[in-house]
Design a protein around this ligand. Sequence first.
Ligand SMILES: NC(=O)c1ccc[n+]([C@@H]2O[C@H](COP(=O)([O-])OP(=O)(O)OC[C@H]3O[C@@H](n4cnc5c(N)ncnc54)[C@H](O)[C@@H]3O)[C@@H](O)[C@H]2O)c1
Ligand SMILES: [Fe+2]
Length: 391
Amino acid sequence: MTALDTFDVVLPQRVVVGAGATARLPQLAQRLGLRRLLVVTDPGLREHPAVHAVVAGLEAAGLAAAIFDAVQVDPTVGNVADGVDALRAHAADGIVAVGGGSPIDAAKGIAALALDDQPRDLIALAGFDNVGGRALPLIAVPTTAGSGSEVTRAAVIADPARQIKVPLYDDALLPAVALVDPLHTLTMPPRLTAEVGIDALVHAVEAMTSKVASPVTDQFALEAARLIGPSLARVYAQPDDEAARAAMAFGATLAGAAISNATIALVHGMARPLGAHFHVPHGAATGILLAPVVRFGLGAAPERYAAIARAAGAAGSEDPDGEAGELLVAWLDALTAQIGIPRLSGYGIAPDAFEAALGPMADAALASNGPEFNCREADREQIVALYREAW
Ligand SMILES: NC(=O)c1ccc[n+]([C@@H]2O[C@H](COP(=O)([O-])OP(=O)(O)OC[C@H]3O[C@@H](n4cnc5c(N)ncnc54)[C@H](O)[C@@H]3O)[C@@H](O)[C@H]2O)c1
Ligand SMILES: [Fe+2]
């Protein structure tokens, strides 16, 4: 990129990061002119301190709060439709999403459909800029350190009947406010910590090596890698390490801001079909695919892979670019093993079912608006080979 190239960055109006950030909710909701909030979460979080803090804070400020907690992991069009009904029943004028990527993405869908006179099919709005400008204001309170959805213009929605899970990208899906309180993540068990944490690291690497990276997304991605690199194995081993939890929470938010503006690439394009066919969790799928995809791309952007490797602590300043990239691959293999993420063959997938799915998964990856942004583009055969490498 030269000094004359143009780029743009879209972010929430306000991002508050740090212990106690949730206490700012009533004041910031009032500043948005909101009086009646729908709190969107999932059943596992209903009794979580984050949900209690949100509801108590709103009510203490005289704002009306109702809870909708029926969001599934990998939210569906049905969850969004039920949420719209709950929103209308409460006559809500704004939404607070509390949870991981699933409740936040569902809330984005609810916010986008809330103002419709004629109900729209979310799946038909997949891809770039199809949602239209209107949505209810959304405040996102993440409880995982992973998806970064609190600062992205993306939502990923599934339709089980059609066996698809599609991404939507639109400025209307961007939360107005993100309240990132690392203390909410202390309750995550190690498996969840590992899977969502590696997803955040993938966001940093994919943003750094995307064809549409910008100087701003580079800085976000590098700082995210600096924060996440040394912290992920620590929070896996030591869930109550508050400093490491804080680094993960801020790192995941920065990585989300990076990927939202640099777009997802080959890893995410290939990860979704693994979820659709074999229910491999999103973070695990991206984490498993990262090392093979990095190895595949190294020659196309050696200085970018080297920069992210050094930021993450996988390579030192004395390592030349080419070697730093190789060190990144080895470091990723070691990290995923250390945090208990096996290779694909460890997910109970029958080898013949995997072989049979390779072609359709490669087609789905190619159709996903991801692979074309990778620094090195992969064709169908290369994608099949990369899936096999991850087995
Ligand atoms: N919109 C985006 O930009 C974006 C980016 C990446 C991923 N995603 C999507 O996000 C979803 C994954 O989100 P996720 O990985 O954050 O997890 P999630 O929201 O799917 O939650 C997974 C599980 O963790 C539990 N949980 C959440 N926070 C917890 C906490 N603090 N303590 C204990 N348990 C907790 C939940 O109850 C749930 O059972 C996927 O659907 C993925 O497609 C979206
Ligand atoms: Fe992701």
